[in-house]
Design a protein around this ligand. Sequence first.
Ligand SMILES: *[C@@H]1O[C@H](CO)[C@@H](O)[C@H](O)[C@H]1NC(C)=O
Length: 432
Amino acid sequence: MPPRRRDRRSHRDPSPSPSRPSGPRASPSSPRLRLAFIVPPLLLLVLTVLHFTGLLSRSPPYPQTPGKTPLSVYDRGLVKRQVSAGEILAEHARVSENRSRRHFPNPVLAYVTPWNSKGYDMAKLFSMKLTHVSPVWYDLKSDRNKLSLEGQHNYDAGWVSELQNSGSLVVPRVVLEAFPGVVLLKKKSRDKTIELIVSECRDKGYDGVVLESWSRWAAYGVLDDPELRQLALQFVKQLGEALHSISSKSSTRNHLELIYVIPAPRMEGPNNQDFGPEDLLQLADSVGGFSLMTYDFSGPQNPGPSAPLKWIQYSLTTLLPAKGSASQVHSHMIFLGINFYGNDFLLSKGGGGGSITGRDFIHLLEKYKPSLQWDDKSSEHFFIYSDKGVRHAVFYPTLLSLSVRLDEAQDWGAGLSIWEIGQGLDYFFDVL
Ligand SMILES: *[C@@H]1O[C@H](CO)[C@@H](O)[C@H](O)[C@H]1NC(C)=O
């Protein structure tokens, strides 16, 4: 097993800023360990007793494996507007016992992060519903002119082959952290970058990779310079073609695949930073698909829904303009982004708050027994609660909000990309 960090700071990762690298971090527990040596023994004893009596634990023990029921969430009548905290608490940890029955027929790409170990288990448990699994393992870095691929220590041979044996393609995510000047300007370094990725795939028997580079290129100004922008797109094409020229080990029918991560278009209108329909057309013949990040619509400074349905529709229409046009043909290449995390925002003057996992959501439901409301405008559920005089708004996916988005993807003939499966509730897998 790879080291499993539980680092709450990182779970919104898909496009961290270059100043906040998402690579391996120092163990967050080390300062606490040091503290343990200076805490008086008596206090330690008291803390230990409190811990074992459960007074300090944040929530009751969370079941590791979901319970089973013969019926799906649809048959159980749980996919609806009128949901109560009590019903979610009673039902979230039970899933349909037939885990190979798919409700969503198109490809499903599931991200798994080392800092949310639950995702590793969920990927194995529901591999029949996941066509692609992307462990978030690699960073391609530059040190002066030297390029290196970091994250090999995350590789877990048993887990990868177990998934491949049950039919999922394993396509780890690689973030191109390297300084764009180093990667893009010289042919030799473009080739070297591609060689590093391709040889890691051969070495570990992966079925390809998911590449994230667009947000870095945007931050470094690459996309504002027409020549650099073209070099950047050429680089993605070259990587896609290099991977595609190799047959996959796990399934001889397939070639290695490149899935390219793209931001959702801004509602304020197009600019250089956007990945537009022409970019999509340019890459379409060389890559296997696009992981479209339709989440993180709101933030602590502008609390609100995670992914309003209208914004999702706008993103798809912008990228795949007129029905029947050339780009429309490519809608099957889109893996529509679906968040399995949510947000707990402060509604005070300065804003604040941030992302929460399913476990946090369950804890909030237990503690505040809030009443959930359906927001028609965004097609998401939310609730409001108060803590120490401060009001909070919580947006977290529900079976209905997921189901509505899955229908939208299906209408377009698109697949899904889920960020990330360790953060969801067990019964979310029933709608897949
Ligand atoms: C599970 O669902 C699949 C697809 O609907 C079906 O073919 C299979 O027979 C089911 N398995 C069981 C054990 O009911």
